[in-house]
Design a binder for this molecule. Structure first.
Ligand SMILES: [Zn+2]
Length: 373
């Protein structure tokens, strides 16, 4: 029987490939240099938003199977949108459940509370920096967390992972951040580098404490500068179409994206006879790169036909869909995600001999390390 390997999966929210460098993550690059680590580029899943990609990593399945097609769920019957922040939407078992079935332990540590709410049910130990419990903090002898938008929250959650590992040594540790810093600071900026250096230092301490624990460092999605905001709803309304524009990026973290802006939109049309005409109108808007039918989008991105509306609209690299009052707004200094252009993410690992082309492969790789042959 092969030796069971313990795992750390670090998901740095919004960490595009350009953020990782010898300056920002010197310890990871030292491991790359001495041959004990390697850095690849992997693809995240569209829509490139947090919920979709944690679902993909933690269940190894596509959105069409796991039920998570965005941060927001639109109920056509009641014409209401709800943020996805409970496990009722999740249709597949997580790695935490799979580990539990094998009699193994796991820990989920997250800065964004919604990650715990959607995915954390079956984790053995839980640390949630958004709504921490005194009991959970006392269990690892940790001080209360900084605010989730404070750059110090990144180092705090990884320091909590270190304390968790030194106290309980869970078989699987899944640790993830908020993307506030990536939404506000570009790669190689002083703020982004300092944020990552502090995280890198905690990962180095974990590696020193348990050198055999396999480390994966990746991101749920990338991040790009944008300068063009479109709100499709006024255009639909002015033209007299009965359709609702749903932004799959939308969640409760408005400090990250004040207009819920992201590079993809779902259109729910009330009259099926209008769908083709709406597609024609929308595809002529400057900044719209593609308008896909429900079936086309579901086929290409493995999304559920039931939750993405009748049309899926994709922005070009610099255009995002938001809920600002203006149909069109040009802006400076916005950084966000959601589109096909934020699919590339870094994949650092100390696991040898694997080409990891998609972050979803982490599910299978994690289970392979503990499988009994
Ligand atoms: Zn974000």
């Amino acid at each position: 029987m092969p030796l069971k390997k313990k795992i750390l999966i670090a998901v740095i929210d919004g960490c595009a490939t350009a953020y990782l460098s010898p300056q920002s993550t010197p310890h990871l690059f030292k491991l790359i240099q001495d041959g004990s680590g390697q850095l690849q580029t992997a693809l995240a899943t569209v829509p490139t938003v947090t919920n979709v990609n944690h679902a993909r990593i933690l269940t190894g399945s596509w959105p069409e199977e796991n039920g998570i097609n965005g941060n927001t769920f639109y109920d056509r019957a009641t014409a209401t949108s709800k943020f996805i922040q409970s496990s009722t939407y999740l249709k597949k078992a997580t790695l935490f459940k799979e580990y539990e079935k094998l009699g193994l332990t796991s820990a989920l540590l997250t800065v964004k509370g919604k990650v715990m709410e959607v995915f954390g049910d079956d984790a053995t130990w839980k640390i949630n920096a958004e709504t921490p419990t005194a009991k959970a903090l006392a269990a690892i002898n940790q001080t209360p967390p900084p605010h989730i938008n404070d750059p110090a929250s990144g180092a705090w959650i990884f320091n909590s992972a270190l304390k968790m590992i030194s106290r309980y040594s869970p078989d699987l540790v899944y640790c993830t951040t908020n993307d506030y810093v990536m939404h506000h600071f570009a790669p190689n900026s002083v703020a982004a580098n300092e944020y990552l250096q502090a995280i890198d230092a905690e990962i180095a301490k974990i590696h020193a404490l348990e050198p055999d624990r396999i480390i994966f460092v990746t991101a749920d999605h990338g991040m790009n500068a944008k300068n063009h905001l479109i709100n499709l709803q006024p255009t639909l309304d002015t033209a007299g179409y009965q359709a609702t524009c749903v932004l799959p990026m939308a969640d409760r973290y408005l400090a990250n994206h004040p207009y819920q802006e992201g590079g993809i939109a779902y259109l729910f049309c009330q009259k099926s006879a209008e769908i083709a005409e709406i597609a024609k109108t929308i595809c002529h808007i400057s900044g719209v790169e593609a308008v896909l039918t429900n079936k086309e989008a579901a086929d290409v991105y493995h999304l559920s036909t039931h939750t993405i509306g009748d049309l899926v609209v994709l922005g070009d690299k610099f255009t995002v869909f938001g809920n600002q009052p203006q149909a069109e707004l040009f802006v400076k200094d916005i950084r966000t995600h959601g589109s096909v252009y934020e699919q590339a993410v870094p994949l650092f690992t100390t696991l040898r001999g694997h080409k990891i082309s998609s972050t979803s492969m982490l599910f299978k790789l994690a289970l392979q390390q503990v499988a009994v042959f």
